[in-house]
Ligand binder design. Structure first.
Ligand code: SF4
Length: 436
């Protein structure tokens, strides 16, 4: 839910023993900065979102997993450091972080602590209220939250990077295909389309779970893998249910008109976003996408993976690259933007040259513009995957990280956009850096 920015109180404190504490209370989150060395961010319910400590970034998922990331000593993917903390370590780390917040609350209350900026008594009250919310989240509360989260949601394994702060609504569970050799995201569940009644209840449960923290969520992501696969007559009522619950800007409103609309609707979501596949959804027409656009659909993410038909077959995708081009045409003609995902490193050394050549040619056929995205997602071969076995049988040497980086550079170099001012954004997508 986007909340238009307005000045929010920042309280700067100096303790008797010269510790600096900065408290920034926003409507959707609270940030604490301790001695310019430790930064902690909390949602409106007081749940930790993330932290920065000793040059490392930490992100907490809604079910209390913690991902640690650090820039490498040199630029480049090979040097990035990332790891998910084991459950015991994550618990110990979370308890330590909440203890630090409790110490900060004591500093705020200490008579010897001085306010060193123009914070008003009302600002101090807001800061105390924020600490009360944070300190209500002890480990027992976080465990209860995790259980509630798992009761409402099937595991949310993946979102596109620009949607990490989305409010996920699971209209479907799983993937209707579930056989791509490189993908293990939905092997743990059967494909299921929710009825309208189930979906309405899901929205109520999600709203209750997020509470005030819903303000941190900017958009709505309709999950799981391919929610748009359902027939249009089933999909439209789900979109209508979303519109009855949430405020979304009208279709086609952009730039100054969008800013004016946002000023009139300070609390809103940017739109509905979703993954689509190119084998079941390719029959959706531009008219159908236009109807969904009218109901808030703003961008869909399509796994092209590769423009090479031979490699695509090897990966277990039951469509051709041309199906993706055709689907993108329909989506764009319906007024909806696209995010195209390319699987960097797929097919290893054996397919490298044809992967680059055909992917560039396929992307260059698409009418992409500044509202669209191209993601290069590094192939991550999970243990025991179908891809591992296939690659082993075909004697394929996987590309090293530096070679994958080179492949992405080659693909980028081959892309052609007639108007560079209106070119899509291109970025890297690392599925290992996702937590919800
Ligand atoms: S890549 Fe997409 S279509 Fe293929 S199995 Fe995974 S979720 Fe399903």
């Amino acid at each position: 839910m986007s909340v238009l920015a307005k000045p929010m109180p920042i309280v700067e404190l100096l303790t008797a023993d010269n510790h600096k504490l900065l408290i920034n209370v926003r409507r959707e989150s609270t940030t604490l900065l301790v001695d310019d060395k430790l930064s902690l961010s909390y949602d409106r319910e007081g749940r930790l979102i993330g932290a920065w400590q000793d040059g490392r970034n930490y992100r907490r998922s809604l079910d209390n997993r913690v991902l640690e990331k650090q820039e490498g000593t040199q630029p480049g993917l090979a040097h990035r450091v990332r790891r998910e903390l084991p459950a015991d370590e994550a618990r110990a780390w979370l308890e330590k972080i909440y203890a630090l917040a409790a110490q900060s609350a004591e500093l705020l209350a200490a008579p010897s602590t001085r306010v060193t900026n123009a914070a008003t008594p009302a600002d101090l009250t807001l800061a105390r209220d924020a600490f009360a919310r944070i300190l209500s989240c002890d480990w027992q509360r976080l465990v209860r939250d995790r259980e509630t989260f798992h009761w409402i949601y099937r595991p949310v394994h993946i979102l596109p990077p620009d949607q990490y702060l989305a409010l996920v609504l699971q209209a479907t569970e799983g993937c209707s295909h579930n056989h791509c050799a490189f993908c293990g995201f939905y092997r743990d569940r059967k494909f299921h389309i929710k009825s309208l009644a189930e979906f309405r209840q899901h929205i109520r449960d999600v709203r209750a779970f997020f509470g005030g923290a819903i303000g941190l969520r900017k958009s709505i992501f309709l999950a799981d893998a391919n929610a748009l696969v359902m027939p249009q007559e089933q999909l439209v009522p789900l979109f209508d249910a979303i519109n009855q619950e949430f405020v979304i800007p009208p279709c086609g409103v952009r730039d100054d008109a969008l800013r004016a609309w946002q000023a009139e609707h300070p609390i809103h979501f940017d739109g509905v976003f979703s993954f689509v596949d190119a084998f079941t959804t390719r029959r959706k027409t531009a008219r159908e996408f236009a109807d969904l656009c009218q109901r808030g659909l703003r961008r869909v993410y399509v796994g092209l993976e590769t423009g090479d038909p031979e490699l695509l077959r090897f990966l277990g995708k039951p469509n051709t690259p041309n199906d993706v081009v055709q689907l993108v045409d329909h989506i764009k003609a319906g007024g909806v933007a696209v995010g195209i995902i390319v699987l960097a490193g797929a097919g290893g050394e054996k397919y490298a040259a044809q992967h680059v050549r055909h992917t560039v040619a396929t992307l260059n056929q698409m009418p992409l513009d500044e509202r669209d995205l191209i993601y290069f997602s590094e192939l991550v071969d999970f243990p025991g995957s179908d891809y591992s076995a296939l690659a082993r049988d075909a004697n394929i040497r996987p590309l090293r990280v530096a070679e994958i980086e080179h492949q992405m550079t080659q693909m980028r170099a081959g892309l052609y956009f007639p108007d560079l001012m209106r070119a899509p954004k291109i970025s890297y997508y690392d599925i290992r850096e996702f937590l919800y």
